[in-house]
Structure formats: structure tokens, C-alpha cells
Unconditional design. Structure first.
Length: 142
């Protein structure tokens, strides 16, 4: 009975003959669940950001993301019709470090003058300036 319990409960997982194969299946399954959750959160944030921007300015903003070959990334890049860029990162942490802005800094280097500001949305309590147009802003202030 112990072996049956330790083998896992999903039929697809139980079909794997070795513990290593069952573990690989479980990892892939968990990765899929996390990716789906991230997509759901991105859709919610997309709608929230679009709603907030439409209240702030009548100008349309376009939403994308940034990732380069060196794996620097920015979760959301907002681009105005006049080509101004705002980079937004979302962190599930109660604190922010200067190193958390590395993707936003890289985006600023690549974009140049059109880059307006970089913002990290986080689970903290206060808005913080990190200089040079970089900010950490609590998610609940959206």
C-alpha cells in the first residue's frame, strides 16, 4: 500500500515505471499549472493597466513585454502612440532591491530617449524612488 501512495495519484503519473519518470511528469505538470496562472494574472493586470491608463490619458497605449538573448526581461512594456515607453515589472515580494531593476535598466539602454520611467509593482507598503526615473510602487496603489 505504501508503494501505491508514494507512486502518486494522477493516472498519467502512475503510468510512469520509475520514480524518476514520475518525478519528471510531476515537474512538467506543476510548470504547466504555474504558466497558466501567470497567463491569468497577466490578463488581469493587462485589463487593469489598460483601464488605469484610459483614465489617465485619452491617448491609446500598447502593451507588450521585453526579453533579450541575455534573458533580461520586463513583464510589461507600455508604448504610447507617440512612442514613449514605460516598463513595468511585477514582484511577489514585500521588498525591492536595486538589483531588481536590471531588466528595466537594460530596456532603458536599448530604448534610449523614448524610455520615460521604470516601475516595479510589489507587495510592499510605500512608493519608493530608486533614482533615474525608477520607482517601486505597491500593487494596492493601482
Amino acid at each position: 500500500m505504501t508503494q501505491e501512495v508514494l507512486a502518486g495519484g494522477y493516472p498519467e503519473m502512475r503510468q510512469r515505471r520509475t520514480a524518476a519518470r514520475r518525478q519528471a511528469w510531476a515537474r512538467a505538470y506543476i510548470t504547466t499549472l504555474i504558466e497558466r496562472d501567470i497567463q491569468d494574472v497577466a490578463q488581469i493586470l493587462d485589463a487593469g493597466l489598460q483601464s488605469t491608463l484610459s483614465r489617465l490619458t485619452p491617448e491609446p497605449w500598447f502593451l507588450s513585454h521585453y526579453r533579450n538573448k541575455d534573458q533580461f526581461h520586463v513583464d510589461f512594456v507600455l508604448e504610447s502612440a507617440s512612442r514613449e515607453l514605460i516598463g513595468i515589472e511585477v514582484k511577489a515580494a514585500a521588498s525591492v532591491q536595486a538589483s531588481d531593476f536590471k531588466g528595466l535598466r537594460r530596456l532603458r539602454e536599448v530604448a534610449g530617449k523614448p524610455f520615460v520611467t521604470g516601475i516595479i509593482l510589489y507587495d510592499g507598503q510605500q512608493a519608493l524612488s530608486f533614482g533615474d526615473g525608477f520607482w517601486a510602487v505597491p500593487l494596492d496603489q493601482l
